[in-house]
Design a protein around this ligand. Structure first.
Ligand SMILES: Cc1cc2nc3c(=O)[nH]c(=O)nc-3n(C[C@H](O)[C@H](O)[C@H](O)COP(=O)(O)OP(=O)(O)OC[C@H]3O[C@@H](n4cnc5c(N)ncnc54)[C@H](O)[C@@H]3O)c2cc1C
Length: 386
């Protein structure tokens, strides 16, 4: 490959921006095409686990992230009905020591701004806003940038158009679950939310994840329930009383303070959860999918963005080291499959009912926090290929 020949990246989400910075880190220029003319992230948060922050640190972004995120002291599992503690995985300093990288929670817009500022400051990255790519073929992109790209990277999310260029690629499939997302000011939040922890409240068929967002002094709240597919749109504002009724039904029997805050929540945004099924990720060495375009997954392990960041960084390493894309795909598919099965396990455990739930609580209560943390060594301690 000619060193100056750019890669073309379709999509400037977490995957696309991380990919541009990762290629630039290897001295490879990147042209990024984003359909929207102003990048804005919906009002919601993101957990960045140590496997993701290790890479963002390698890309030089840690100081910026540290100024906008919170490092929770623990990730807690709590009963959604009684508020009894079920299990706790230590984080904060413990995460920095055990997994040699921090665990942070932040507003998505803050991560996006950090990535965007770094892209804007990097002379090897060029961002084209308002540039929707309908046909990601080499010659169409060559017409836009004046030379044939070395590689087209489809980082265009769950509804990827680049995916259409790949024979045997997976498909977006509704998962049967819906996420309801909103933020809550510290003053309106119940004291048990706590400003120094991530809490997953668990109940029959639903769960609720809460964590603090700084510097806004608010909480990110995500409720996950089963539900019907409201259509092929990804992000919707709660449209009617019926929808709120459905949310309240899913949480009936939960602790009264949780039910009340769901009743009062201002305009939760509904996110029907889609996954991308298994399939091909590349077309020869010309086109590759990363992030949600390749493997959108359920948020039960909070790893979708982390996998996008890992994909981005490792792709740049494979390309810089002139390895074939099939080797990248084989390597990443194994990792993503393991993360997906962890998510499927969490889905089963978080939403357990009856005797399974009692068994879960008993098993977890017998385990010490450090032993629970050890379960995450393979995930959070991951050292990406550089
Ligand atoms: C409720 C919920 C909670 C989550 N929590 C976490 C968490 O805590 N931690 C975590 O790691 N992950 C989490 N995730 C997953 C994470 O949000 C996603 O995996 C991640 O944002 C995917 O990033 P992406 O860049 O691949 O895709 P996207 O964010 O979808 O970005 C795709 C970009 O491509 C652009 N685009 C699309 N089509 C075109 C086109 N034709 N031409 C040009 N541009 C185009 C879009 O405008 C967009 O900017 C969560 C997901 C959900 C739903």
């Amino acid at each position: 490959m000619i060193r100056d020949q750019p890669v073309a990246i379709v999509g400037a989400g977490i995957a696309g921006l991380s990919a541009a910075l990762s290629f630039a880190h290897k001295g490879i220029p990147a042209e990024i095409f984003e359909q929207t003319s102003v990048l804005s992230e919906a009002g919601a948060g993101l957990q960045l686990s140590p496997n993701a922050t290790r890479i963002l640190t390698k890309l030089g972004l840690l100081p910026q992230l540290e100024s906008v995120w919170t490092e929770p002291q623990a990730i807690n599992l709590v009963s959604g009905t009684s508020l009894r503690a079920i299990a706790s995985v230590p984080s904060g300093e413990f995460a920095r020591e055990r997994w040699a990288s921090p665990y942070g929670v932040l507003h998505r817009a803050d991560l996006q701004k950090t990535l965007l500022d770094a892209v804007a400051a990097n002379s090897l990255c060029r961002l084209h806003l308002g540039a929707e790519i309908d046909d990601a073929s080499q010659h169409v992109i060559a017409g836009m940038i004046g030379s044939e790209p070395r590689l087209v990277v489809g980082a265009d999310g769950v509804w990827s158009k680049v995916r259409k260029r790949i024979e045997g690629a997976g498909k977006a499939i509704f998962s049967g679950s819906i996420a309801w997302r909103f933020t809550l000011g510290e003053a309106e939040a119940p004291a048990f939310f706590g400003t120094t922890k991530v809490t997953a409240f668990l109940g029959n068929g639903s769960h609720l994840v809460v964590y603090p967002l700084q510097p806004a002094r608010s909480f990110n709240v995500v409720a996950i329930t089963s539900g019907a597919d409201p259509g092929d749109s990804w992000n919707r504002t709660l449209p009617s009383k019926t929808s709120r009724q459905r949310l309240l039904e899913a949480f009936s029997g939960w602790h009264p303070q949780i039910v009340e805050l769901l009743r009062q929540a201002v305009e939760p945004t509904i996110w029907p959860l889609y996954e991308v099924s298994a399939g091909a990720w590349n077309r020869g060495d010309e086109v590759i999918l990363i992030g949600d375009a390749a493997h959108a997954m359920m948020p039960f392990a909070a790893q979708g963005a982390a996998m996008a960041i890992e994909d981005a960084f490792e792709l740049a390493s494979y390309v810089a080291n002139r390895k074939p894309l099939t080797a990248f795909v084989d390597h990443r598919k194994k990792r993503v499959a393991r993360v997906r099965s962890r998510g499927a396990f969490n889905r089963f455990a978080y939403h357990a009912r009856g005797p399974v739930r009692l068994g879960r609580d008993l098993v977890l209560s017998l385990r010490r926090p450090e032993s629970l943390a050890a379960d995450f060594d393979w995930l959070y301690g991951y050292e990406p290929k550089d």
